[in-house]
Design a protein around this ligand. Structure first.
Ligand code: ATP
Ligand code: MG
Length: 567
């Protein structure tokens, strides 16, 4: 066996995507002897499931090839960034199960070096201070079919440019008055190469550098140079940066940098019924459409965590969707499938009645209580069993009773017999109705004592098994049923994505009746409520004695069906 995990070859399944193929090639050819990737979030919002894909890819490659993945905050825009986001991002990456080496890194730590790089470009005659307004710069840039025009400030002398950059840096010039631009080619077929802006004046305090700077580098100028400073070997980003790659390479070619990382682009994750733009997620939070970034309906890592998703399920999902070169949309049912599959193996089962209907068993002795054995997890024999109390008065689900059953309705109705899980067969004998509303408020039944445990000695069958909770032993709880946040499959295609919000995305049920073993569940615990779905104790709202459960996902697996059909 290989006792040096660092040099170990990647597991075959992990070596299949095109980026890992590139990495393998670079290690084989000797271009690199070790691998260094980075995950570079901008701290202007919480991480979402799209970021999870990028995290699994970057940290996963480092793990598979015994390398390192840096967490680097891309904090070059002081106006939108905040420490709350810096903290949440670290928590989320750790929760997903990944570690970076040492402290997190910050692009802002390189502001001095980036400024020196700008000076170096000017000295080489490759950058100039331009006094055109933003609007003029746009007009001069040309279009895809027409070349741009040179700025009248393009041929300033090196000395003048150095002096102007210094004035910008010292705060002597106003925001918008001028910018520093790279001097590349105004006729380039790639618009990004038409003298892009690399530094702008922003008189704003930065969350780390305070008021030290009033000029800030653009993403394009900061990113590649930060990669080079850190010795990144493979700089993996999403497809929209493909057109920026020539610029990424151009800067690194001009400047005296320690290495020249390779930028590789992959398709970002898109999910139907979901928005994954931080700007839009921020709008949902700010305008109160959801209850914060960690609202269990949000596609943020914090939201999934609070909802009850496991890190394993999210990692499995990311592995399964793969890494491609072409954009596509993933069915959100696949994510739901991943959590169901994980919890099916490990979530203990319990009985909970969400919309209770009282059942009285007329022939059951008053005051008698039996402890019936219930299996904790049929998928995991080691999980063992527990006792659930049974008594004369029970609750069943309102939906499990119909006074006038439609065809093929096999649950409880007048004269019909059903099985109570782990207990007895019962037969409905009569109803009690609310005299005012006519609503059925109680069902009166008899039970067959010979069917204890759930089978009739005479071999008679019933078509339905219901879950139930003993009324005097029941624990009251609030249960929050979540549905998709958006009703439209592609909310981004709507004129206003807010119009696509699903008004029924949260249903709050009070007075749900849980079996007593659930009373001691702790925040974050996950269980399957039999026949209903997987639920977790809400870490924010739940209190001892006033439990609050979130529905993580229902039991019906639409993705499994899609797969069976063959897509
Ligand atoms: P958004 O468009 O949601 O605002 P962003 O790309 O501006 O996202 P960053 O904080 O810059 O957000 O992203 C950090 C990293 O995560 C980048 O490398 C980016 O390419 C990647 N990333 C962002 N969104 C996705 C996604 N949907 N799928 C895969 N990777 C993503
Ligand atoms: Mg970004």
């Amino acid at each position: 066996m290989n006792d040096s995990p660092k040099a170990e070859a990647p597991p075959p399944a992990a070596a299949t995507d095109f980026i890992r193929q590139i990495v393998i090639g670079d290690l084989k050819s000797g271009k690199h002897t070790s691998v260094c990737t980075r995950f570079p979030p901008e701290p202007n919002g919480y991480l979402h499931i799209g970021h999870a894909k990028s995290i699994c890819l970057n940290f996963g490659i480092a793990r598979d090839f015994g390398g390192v993945c840096n967490l680097r905050f891309d904090d070059t825009n002081p106006v939108k960034e905040d420490v709350e986001y810096v903290d949440s991002i670290q928590e989320d990456v750790r929760w997903l199960g990944f570690e970076w080496k040492g402290d997190p890194l910050y692009a802002s730590d390189y502001f001095d070096r980036l400024h020196q790089f700008a000076v170096e470009l000017i000295r080489k005659g490759k950058a100039y201070v331009c006094h055109l307004t933003a609007e003029q710069i746009r007009a001069y840039r040309g279009t895809l079919t027409e070349p741009g025009r040179n700025s009248p400030y393009r041929d300033r002398s090196v000395e003048e440019n150095l002096e102007l950059l210094e004035q910008m840096r010292r705060g002597e010039l106003e925001e918008g008055e001028c910018v520093l631009r790279a001097k590349i080619d105004m006729a380039s077929g790639n618009l990004n190469m038409r003298d892009p802006v690399i530094y702008r004046i922003k008189k704003a305090d930065h969350h780390r550098t305070g008021n030290k700077w009033c000029i800030y580098p653009t993403y394009d100028f900061a990113h590649g140079q930060s990669d080079a400073i850190e010795g990144i070997t493979h700089s993996i980003c999403t497809l929209e940066f493909e057109d920026h790659r020539p610029l990424y390479d151009w800067f690194l070619d001009q400047l005296d940098v320690p290495c020249h990382p390779r930028q590789i682009e992959f398709a970002r994750l898109n999910l139907n019924y979901t928005v994954l733009s931080k700007r839009k997620l921020l709008q949902l939070v700010r305008d109160g459409h959801v209850d914060g970034w960690d609202d269990p309906r949000m596609p943020t890592i914090a939201g999934y965590r609070r909802r009850g998703y496991t890190p394993e399920s999210i990692r499995n999902f990311c592995d399964r969707i793969g890494v491609a070169k072409a954009n596509s949309t993933v069915d959100v049912a696949m994510l739901e499938h991943a959590i169901r599959e994980d919890l099916n193996k490990r979530a203990p089962r319990a009985m909970a009645v969400l919309k209770p209907l009282r059942v009285v068993i007329d022939n059951y002795p008053d005051g008698q209580v039996e402890e019936l054995e219930a299996i904790n997890n049929p998928e995991d024999p080691a999980a063992g069993s527990r006792n659930v109390p049974f008594s004369k008065v029970l609750y069943i689900e309102q939906d499990d009773f119909r006074e006038t059953p439609p065809p093929k309705y096999f649950r409880l109705s007048p004269g019909k017999e059903v099985r109570l899980r782990y207990a007895y067969f019962i037969t409905c004998r009569s109803l009690v109705k609310d005299p005012q509303t006519g609503e059925v408020i109680e069902v009166r039944c008899t039970y067959d004592p010979a069917t204890r445990g759930g089978d009739a000695p005479d071999g008679r069958k019933v078509k339905s098994t219901l879950h139930w909770v003993s009324a005097p032993h029941a624990v009251d709880a609030q249960v929050r049923l979540y549905d998709r946040l958006f009703a439209a499959e592609f909310p981004d295609r709507e004129e206003n994505f807010l119009n696509a919000l699903n008004p029924g995305s949260l249903e709050i049920l009070q007075g749900c009746k849980l079996e007593p073993s659930l009373a001691t569940r702790q925040p974050g615990d996950r269980v399957q409520f039999e026949r209903q779905g997987y639920f977790s104790v809400d870490a924010k709202l739940s209190k001892p004695g006033a439990l609050v459960f979130n529905r993580i996902v229902g039991l019906k697996d639409t993705w499994a069906k899609i797969e069976k059909r063959g897509g």
